[in-house]
Design a protein around this ligand. Structure first.
Ligand SMILES: Cc1cc2nc3c(=O)[nH]c(=O)nc-3n(C[C@H](O)[C@H](O)[C@H](O)COP(=O)(O)OP(=O)(O)OC[C@H]3O[C@@H](n4cnc5c(N)ncnc54)[C@H](O)[C@@H]3O)c2cc1C
Length: 296
C-alpha cells in the first residue's frame, strides 16, 4: 500500500514526488513513456527561473535524479484504469497498486499537423512563450484561429519582424477582445482560408507551402508556431473526477479534484497558463495537500 501514487513523471509529477518524499511518504510514480514529460525534447529553456539556458533533457534528468535520490519508486508502466471505491486501486498495463491518495499529473499532448516532426526544435515550436525569443527580428508564422494562436501572434509581434497568422477558416474563433488587439499590430499579416501543407528546409525550417483557393503559395519564414490545440491526457479519469468542456480535469487552485483524496497537477488541470513553472508549482501544491489529507 502506497501513501500516494503519482501518475506521470513530467515536471508536475516529479515535483510532487520530491515533496511527498521529503515529508517521508511512501510514493510510487507511474510513467507510460520516458521521465521528463513534454519538456524532454526541448533543446533550450530560457524561462525557468534560476536555470538559464538549460536543455529540456538536463532539466528533466535533474528532476528525475532528485526524486529517485529521495527514494521515490518510479516505474515505467501505463495507467489504464482507476478503481476509486472502498479499495483504491491503480491498474497499469503491468500490474495493480493500492494507494491512499492519488495525484494525476498526466499533462497534455499538442495537436500536430502530421508532417512537422523532423523540424521540431529546428524552427517548429508549439509554444510561443517558450521559444519566441529565439526569433528576435525574424519572420515567423503562427497556425491556428483560437485564443492560443491569437495570443501567440500578439506575443510574437513584439519580438519578430513579421508574423503570418494562418487559419483554415475565414474568421478567428478567439474572443472579440483578443481579436481587437490584433488590429493594433501592424506587423501581423492574416492568411485566411488557408492550410499549411508542407514545410521546406534542409537543416531548419526555411519556408512553408500554403494552400489557398486551390493554389499553393510559398512563404519564406524562420519559425513556425503551431497552435491548433492541445489534447489533455484525461480520458481514463473521466468516470472518476469532473472534467471541463475541453477535457481538462477540474481542479481548485489548491489542486483538489471533485473526488476526495485525488489531486491534479500540471498541464492536465483546467487553468490558463501551461508552463514548467506552473507545472512544478502545481506539483508542490498537490503534494502538500495530499500530505495534509494523509495526516488527518
Ligand atoms: C516542445 C516543447 C517545448 C516546451 N518548452 C517550454 C519552455 O521552454 N518553458 C516552459 O515553461 N514550458 C515549456 N513547455 C511546456 C512544458 O513542457 C509543460 O508545461 C510541462 O511539461 C507540463 O508538465 P506536466 O508534468 O504537467 O505534463 P507533461 O510534461 O506532459 O508530463 C506528463 C507525463 O505523464 C505521462 N502520462 C500521460 N498519461 C499517462 C498514463 N496513462 N500513465 C502513465 N503516465 C502517463 C506522460 O507520458 C508524460 O511523461 C514546452 C512544451 C513542449 C511540448
Amino acid at each position: 500500500m502506497y501513501d500516494a501514487i503519482v501518475i506521470g513523471a513530467g515536471p508536475a509529477g516529479l515535483t510532487a514526488a520530491i515533496y511527498l518524499k521529503r515529508a517521508n511518504k511512501n510514493v510510487l510514480v507511474l510513467e507510460s513513456k520516458s521521465y521528463g514529460g513534454s519538456i524532454i525534447n526541448a533543446s533550450k529553456i530560457e524561462n525557468y527561473p534560476a536555470c538559464p539556458n538549460i536543455s529540456g533533457y538536463d532539466l528533466a534528468t535533474n528532476l528525475y535524479k532528485q526524486a529517485k535520490e529521495l527514494g521515490a519508486v518510479i516505474k515505467f508502466e501505463e495507467v489504464i484504469e482507476i478503481n476509486w471505491n472502498k479499495e483504491k486501486k491503480i491498474i497499469t498495463n503491468k500490474g495493480e497498486y493500492n494507494t491512499l491518495s492519488l495525484i494525476i499529473a498526466t499533462g497534455s499532448t499538442v495537436r500536430k499537423l502530421g508532417f512537422e516532426d523532423k523540424y521540431i526544435g529546428k524552427g517548429v515550436s508549439f509554444c510561443a512563450t517558450c521559444d519566441g525569443n529565439f526569433f528576435k527580428g525574424k519572420v515567423v508564422a503562427v497556425i491556428g484561429g483560437g485564443n492560443t494562436a491569437i495570443d501567440d501572434a500578439l506575443y510574437l509581434a513584439d519580438i519578430a519582424k513579421k508574423v503570418y497568422l494562418i487559419h483554415r477558416r475565414d474568421e478567428f474563433r478567439a474572443d472579440k477582445k483578443t481579436i481587437d488587439l490584433l488590429k493594433k499590430k501592424n506587423n501581423i499579416k492574416y492568411v485566411l482560408n488557408s492550410n499549411v501543407v508542407k514545410i521546406n528546409g534542409n537543416e531548419r525550417v526555411e519556408s512553408i507551402d500554403v494552400l489557398s483557393n486551390d493554389k499553393i503559395k510559398t512563404f519564406t519564414i524562420d519559425g513556425l508556431f503551431i497552435a491548433i490545440g492541445q489534447v489533455p491526457n484525461s480520458d481514463i479519469f473521466k468516470h472518476i473526477v469532473k472534467l471541463d468542456e475541453d477535457g481538462y480535469i477540474k481542479g481548485t487552485n489548491n489542486c483538489h479534484t471533485s473526488r476526495t483524496g485525488i489531486f491534479v497537477a500540471g498541464d492536465v488541470r483546467n487553468k490558463k497558463v501551461r508552463q514548467l513553472v506552473t507545472a512544478t508549482s502545481d506539483g508542490a501544491i498537490a503534494a502538500i495537500e495530499a500530505i495534509n489529507y494523509l495526516n488527518k
